[in-house]
Design a protein around this ligand. Structure first.
Ligand SMILES: Nc1ncnc2c1ncn2[C@@H]1O[C@H](COP(=O)(O)OP(=O)(O)OP(=O)(O)O)[C@@H](O)[C@H]1O
Ligand SMILES: [Mg+2]
Length: 294
């Protein structure tokens, strides 16, 4: 199969919404989720795509969907099951597409945290709690939490998602649903993190989305990828400091080494940073699945 580097997909006549990484096409009761090779860092989409990234992210999500053991939205990995526009060449879509059941999205980002990092670490240092959940004193940056926390956030249309308490979540969705989402989020994270740990990857935290259709609850969006989670290489793990990111570290380090001010469009990435980053995504896939990436 010829490999395409894809920054953007156009499907004439099909309504689209573009996220930072994915282009989402609306086919009525189904959506086509296309993971492009775009990469973001410091909240900017970088001008340079990472070859294979979209196909790797799709393969990682698909790997997990097959294993979650709960209803999920993935219907097919072949976009050709959809009525694509006449004459459209589907080749650029292959390997990076998920045909999914369209759902009504539950307006909450369901976050599970196993380690104290990011906004959780900030919150803990300021208040001794994470999202209102009290924790013992003396925990370290990036230290493992005594138990997995569920820390919901609102899905902001633009800008940053805002952490909310479980009680606030219960004002946005029925309490019974909130409790179910909390349970599912913690148990999915726990199982995935245990599995990944045995393969040399720490999943420090992750974000799930859920949707409803025909009275059923489905796991939707992407699942347990380096874009929706923090992956750390287990062999370099050391609490008490920031951890290298599995996938984006080269990109972040390189951007920090330039004069870029993070307030204007970012520069093109050099070829060796692109290649090393591609290799990290491939390594995440290979470690998790045990399959070679070809
Ligand atoms: N099965 C589904 N039914 C309905 N909406 C879905 C489904 N799966 C995913 N979505 C939605 O599709 C969108 C995927 O877009 P994407 O993640 O690329 O962009 P985003 O979340 O708006 O921005 P970001 O780039 O910051 O993630 C999300 O809004 C997600 O909630
Ligand atoms: Mg998203």
């Amino acid at each position: 199969m010829a490999t395409h580097v894809v920054s953007r997909i156009e499907l004439p006549g099909i309504p689209v919404r573009r996220g930072k990484v994915r282009d989402v096409f609306d086919f009525g009761d189904r959506l086509l989720l296309v993971a492009t090779d775009r990469i973001s860092a410091f909240d900017w989409i970088l001008p340079t795509p990472i070859p294979d990234k979209g196909r790797l992210l799709t393969a990682i999500s698909a790997f997990w969907f097959e294993r979650v053991g709960i209803p999920h939205h993935l219907l097919d990995l072949d976009p050709r099951v959809l009525p694509l526009p006449a004459g459209f060449d589907p080749a650029p879509l292959l390997g990076r597409s998920m045909v999914v059941r369209k759902t009504t999205v539950v307006p909450i980002e369901c976050v599970a945290r196993g380690y104290l990092v990011g906004s959780g670490w900030k919150d803990y240092r300021a208040t001794g709690k994470v999202c209102g959940l009290p924790l013992p004193a003396g925990l370290q940056e990036c230290g493992q939490l005594p138990e997995v926390l569920f820390t919901p956030a609102t899905k902001a249309e633009s800008g940053h998602d805002e952490n909310i308490s479980f009680e606030q979540m219960c004002q946005a969705v029925p309490q019974e649903l909130a409790s179910r989402l909390r349970e599912l989020t913690i148990s999915l994270y726990q199982r995935a993190a245990d599995y990944a740990r045995g393969r040399g990857i720490i999943i420090a935290d992750t974000k799930f989305e859920f949707g409803q259709a025909g009275g059923e609850l489905y796991l939707i969006d992407e699942a347990l990828t380096p874009d929706s989670s923090r992956f750390w290489p287990a062999d370099a793990y050391q609490p008490g400091r920031a951890q290298p990111s599995f996938d984006k570290q080269f990109v972040r380090d390189w951007l920090e080494s330039t004069t870029w001010d993070k307030n204007s469009p970012p520069p093109e990435l050099p070829a060796d940073i692109v290649e090393r980053t591609r290799q990290k995504y491939a390594e995440a896939y290979e470690r998790l699945t045990g399959r070679p990436w070809s």
